[in-house]
Design a binder for this molecule. Structure first.
Ligand code: NAD
Length: 354
């Protein structure tokens, strides 16, 4: 594998491979940038078909964390870890303790937390072998714990900002929203949207997750194959990345895309196709920063949940600034956000500005 030649490689500071024979741990940590502070980003556990796919993912995700942390105004750089394995079968406390030792070996240059496939309980195992971990349990009223609910809050506020900008509506009553993925974030997002009168459509590959949202919030169920093409005001991708690509974009019928998933655009230029189609795209790493804001407060210690929520309330204003700049400069929202993030990182030449 020609690491430095990969499309996903973006002058990353460090990429390290970790292996532990006893537990079978196979992990990769990528530190994209420590310009603004130690690199913070979650640990994803996923059954990648091979090392190349895991490396491509960790490179892309860690760069996204640099952008996300920079745009959220956090004194953290960007990093990410991936563990190659099936989280439904291959998890043991010992595996995460071994992962913790791997994180610890970087001496604080990378701080981990949960992500897709890992949980608060897994991070508790990690915390037995390193202090460079966040997203642990939090007492009521304290900052921290599972970042999912805080991510959902930021996405909810971000959707409202996009609806205000794109549809000229000041509330969500009667606004139709299709949510792809009713997991930790998607379920809570549906709860918040339903409370404000949004009309929900939902899809998940887990039928029980769909049933729950339909029962509790009166959502309409559609199949995972159909959800992206729903004729709705807002499409909210809350499952996995790269859902906005040359195959899916021609079929989109939403006016706004605003969701939690990381790396929603398969490539930067897909943002131009969305713009040409008149679809307002809320850059993923701006709208989904609620979780990392919570993780950052927890890691610094002593913070309150109220302070976390106050910071998350900054997300809609940042999005509106991006929407306005994109409109006045006739650029895509993702290019504007990338440029703003790279300026904050001291990297002045966006590779995919459009
Ligand atoms: P999760 O694993 O709890 O939920 C994901 C859901 O998507 C699951 O219910 C899964 O069954 C479903 N899904 C998978 N493939 C699907 C498909 N093809 N169609 C429909 N549904 C599908 O994860 P989460 O914590 O809710 O995170 C959701 C997304 O948001 C992920 O992309 C994650 O990286 C991103 N994100 C999460 C956080 C956080 O704090 N949890 C923060 C930032 C970004």
């Amino acid at each position: 594998m020609e690491l430095f030649e990969l499309r996903e490689f973006d002058a990353h500071e460090l990429v390290v491979f970790g292996h532990d024979d006893a537990t079978g741990l196979r992990a990769v940590i990528a530190v994209h940038s420590t310009a603004l502070g130690p690199a913070a980003g979650g640990c994803r556990m996923w059954p990648y078909p091979g090392t190349a796919e895991a490396v491509a993912d960790v490179l892309r995700l860690s760069r996204g964390m640099s952008y996300k942390n920079a745009m959220a105004g956090l004194a953290f750089g960007g990093g990410k870890a991936v563990i190659i394995g099936d989280s439904s079968r291959a998890k043991t406390p010992q595996l995460f303790e071994a992962f913790g030792r791997f994180v610890d070996s970087l001496g604080g240059r990378y701080i981990t937390a949960e992500d897709v496939g890992t949980t608060v309980a897994d991070m508790a195992s990690v915390a037995r072998t390193t202090r460079y971990v966040s997203g642990l349990g939090a007492a009521p009223g304290e900052a921290g714990g599972d970042p999912g609910p805080k991510t959902a809050l930021g996405v909810h506020l971000g959707i409202k900002a996009a609806v205000r900008f794109g549809l000229g509506r000041s509330d969500l009553s009667g606004v139709s929203v299709a949510v792809q993925g009713a997991g930790g974030v998607g379920y809570r997002l549906c709860a918040m949207l339903a409370r404000e009168g949004a009309r929900l459509t939902v899809a998940d590959v887990r039928p029980a997750a769909v049933e729950r949202v339909c029962d509790e919030f009166g959502a309409r169920a559609v199949s995972p194959e159909e959800v992206l093409a729903q004729p709705v005001d807002v499409l909210s991708p809350c499952a996995l990345g790269a859902v906005l690509n040359p195959t899916s974009i021609p079929g989109l019928r939403a006016r706004i895309i605003a969701g939690a998933a990381n790396n929603q655009l398969a490539q930067g230029q897909d943002g131009s196709v969305l713009k040409a189609a008149g679809i307002l795209y809320a850059p993923d790493y701006v709208i989904n920063a609620g979780g990392i804001i919570s993780v950052a407060h927890e890691y610094r210690g002593g913070g309150s949940e109220a302070a976390v929520i106050a910071d998350i309330q900054g997300i809609p204003a940042r999005l509106t600034e991006i929407f306005e700049r994109a409109r006045s400069e006739n650029r895509t929202t993702n290019a504007v956000a990338d440029q703003m993030a790279r300026e904050r990182l001291g990297r002045h030449s966006p590779p995919q500005a459009a």
